[in-house]
Ligand binder design. Structure first.
Ligand SMILES: [Zn+2]
Length: 298
């Protein structure tokens, strides 16, 4: 009898340790995310069950990224790959093939209503869907479903964890709307270097003008820049915003030729490092909205 009780306690302890300690590194789901913003979302949903490697890191430009041999190795060892889609990671197909990746691919933007625009007589899809928090919620549910597919044992964990994160996103969305609703109608036009804020502008009522278009691959021509300078003067645009992933020189030039002020730096396609102002998806919104309202309300 005594032995049996001790054995039961031992078993209970083992179960408790196994449960509280989470999965060991070897048992964790091996996930790869294409860029830092998506990597953060996967970490929020996956918690301790998932080991996430991000290919394009903080302050990195995923439009023009060149994968490394280490990326191919990490991808080959992964069970699941999260991409943005909408043409954002033009280098991903080749990397997937060359790595021999055999896992599950989750396109996080699945279900998003894409924005399109005409640039140089071609219809282009705007990939920056994460800049609307309503779309961010779609990303999160796609991530949850992908993780459940490769890790069915974790289903109850992901189903319990995801609503907490979705609630935080909903709360942030109401903060963003309230902060930007306070801006007068004539103070809602801004310039950023590339067009990463189309979804943001459409969701929260700002008009965005971007000399480089929706990718950083093409540089603005002298004619584009001259046109924007005329537009800023004619429409009394107050502020131009730097981006963490692009060269600042073009906007410095535009600001100095128009008298528009530099409204600080926005985080568009990448997070900051952990000690910077935008180390997570939600921190990015807090930082960007702070910069926008500070520049546009005074
Ligand atoms: Zn971009």
């Amino acid at each position: 009898m005594k032995h049996r009780i001790i054995a039961s306690i031992g078993l209970a302890l083992l179960m408790l340790l196994g449960f509280a300690g989470g999965a060991s590194a070897a048992d964790k789901v091996k996930a790869v995310a294409s860029f830092s913003i998506l990597g953060d979302m996967v970490k929020q949903v996956g918690g301790d069950r998932v080991d996430v490697i991000t290919l394009v890191g903080p302050n990195g430009d995923a439009h023009v990224y060149e994968p490394t041999p280490a990326d191919a190795k990490n991808l080959a060892a992964a069970q699941i790959l999260f991409t943005n889609g909408l043409g954002f990671e033009g280098w991903m197909d080749r990397l997937e093939k060359s790595s021999g990746f055999k896992g599950t691919v989750v396109v996080a933007s699945t279900g998003v209503k894409p924005r399109t625009m005409v640039e140089d007589a071609k219809t282009i899809t705007d990939p920056h869907a994460w800049q609307s928090l309503a779309n961010g919620r779609l990303y999160v549910t796609n991530i949850r479903d992908g993780l459940i597919a490769v890790d069915p044992e974790g289903k109850s964990f992901y189903e319990a964890n995801t609503p907490k994160y979705l609630d935080e996103i909903v709360k942030e969305e109401s903060d963003v709307k309230a902060a930007l609703a306070a801006l007068p109608q004539d103070r809602r036009k801004i310039i950023t270097s590339h067009g990463a804020f189309g979804y943001f502008g459409a969701a929260y009522g700002l008009e965005i003008i971007a000399p480089e278009g929706v990718s950083t691959e093409s540089e603005a021509s002298a004619r584009d820049v001259a046109k924007i300078i005329r537009q800023i003067k004619a429409e009394h645009i107050l502020a131009v915003f730097m981006e963490n992933i692009t060269d600042h020189r073009l906007l410095d030039q535009i600001a100095s030729e128009t008298g528009a002020k530099i409204g600080g730096e926005l985080y568009t396609d990448a997070l900051s490092p952990a000690d910077g102002p935008a180390p997570s998806y939600l921190d990015m919104f807090r930082h960007n909205v702070g910069a926008l309202t500070a520049a546009l309300s005074s």
